[in-house]
Design a protein around this ligand. Structure first.
Ligand code: ADP
Ligand code: MG
Length: 255
């Protein structure tokens, strides 16, 4: 039986509840007895020095890496027992550090192939486009600031626009939990500001888990910050509390 944090009512259960999560690579614990709870409508940011285990946490949640111990409850599902594609189907979307879009397809086509109907990339283009799918593509293109680029080939987009397109491709699947690994790396200041606005908007009705180093950006999006160090939580709380925490300054912010 999984432990419930004391005082958490059934209707207030977090969307994501990680408890005792551990992964050991040849005896080295990259994630060590981690507890992490993320609510609906929450933007949680995970920060910490390189090698802290941040990316590994996302790998464990999305099923790319198998855990050694512990549990990952997503609604009523135990993700540690599920396969990667079933986790996606259950409503977990994950964006990697480098965008994985189809460079030779248009923005429209990239969004279209991401529509969850089990379509294949090449099959998708001969399908008759259903009006509801087209509507969803147009709505999401607007959300990710790419309405004007809708019929442009993706390789012509800027680096930041490619990052937005990949977020859009995840949104096509309407995930309940969206995970982003360093989404503003390499973006211009104005692209960062627009990304912050985008994440605020898309967190409505879902949970967003972000790994990020850019503290200005973290400050502009985080409801709560978790500081990871050597696979463990060093501190957790509001941006202000975390930023003034001496332990956090020593191992991370001071550098
Ligand atoms: P972060 O994203 O916080 O920089 P990572 O999660 O990528 O850190 O890595 C945490 C530690 O785990 C690092 O020391 C890394 O080398 C190690 N690690 C990550 N994945 C693997 C793996 N598949 N096999 C062995 N070691 C790994
Ligand atoms: Mg990383």
């Amino acid at each position: 039986m999984s432990k419930q944090p004391i005082g958490v009512q059934a209707q207030h259960r977090p969307v994501l509840a990680i408890e005792g999560l551990t992964v050991s690579f040849d005896g080295f614990k990259a994630v060590d007895d981690l507890n992490l709870y993320v609510d609906r409508n929450e933007v949680r940011v995970v920060i910490g020095p390189n090698g802290a285990g941040k990316t590994t946490v996302l790998d464990l949640i999305c099923g790319k890496t198998a855990s050694t111990a512990g549990s990952i409850q997503f609604n009523n599902l135990e993700l540690t027992k599920m396969r990667e594609h079933d986790i996606v189907r259950a409503g977990v979307g994950r964006k990697f550090q480098t965008p994985s879009i189809y460079e030779n397809l248009t923005v429209f086509e990239n969004l279209e192939v991401s529509f969850p109907r089990g379509r294949k990339v090449f099959g998708a283009l001969v399908f008759k486009r259903a009006p509801d799918v087209v509507e969803r593509i147009e709505r999401i293109a607007e959300e990710i600031f790419l309405t004007e680029q809708l019929h442009q080939q993706a390789d012509l987009l800027s680096h930041g626009q490619k990052q937005w397109l990949e977020i859009g491709m995840l949104l096509m699947q309407e995930p309940e939990l969206l995970m982003l690994d360093e989404p503003v790396a390499g973006m211009s200041v104005s692209e960062r500001e627009k990304t912050a606005e985008l994440l605020g908007r898309i967190s409505k009705g879902r949970s967003v888990l972000v790994i990020e180093h850019d503290m200005e950006f973290v400050k502009s999006i985080a409801h709560k910050v978790t500081v990871l160090h050597q696979g463990k939580i060093l501190a957790e709380g509001s941006m202000d509390a975390v930023q003034s925490n001496p332990k956090v300054i020593e191992v991370y912010l001071g550098h």
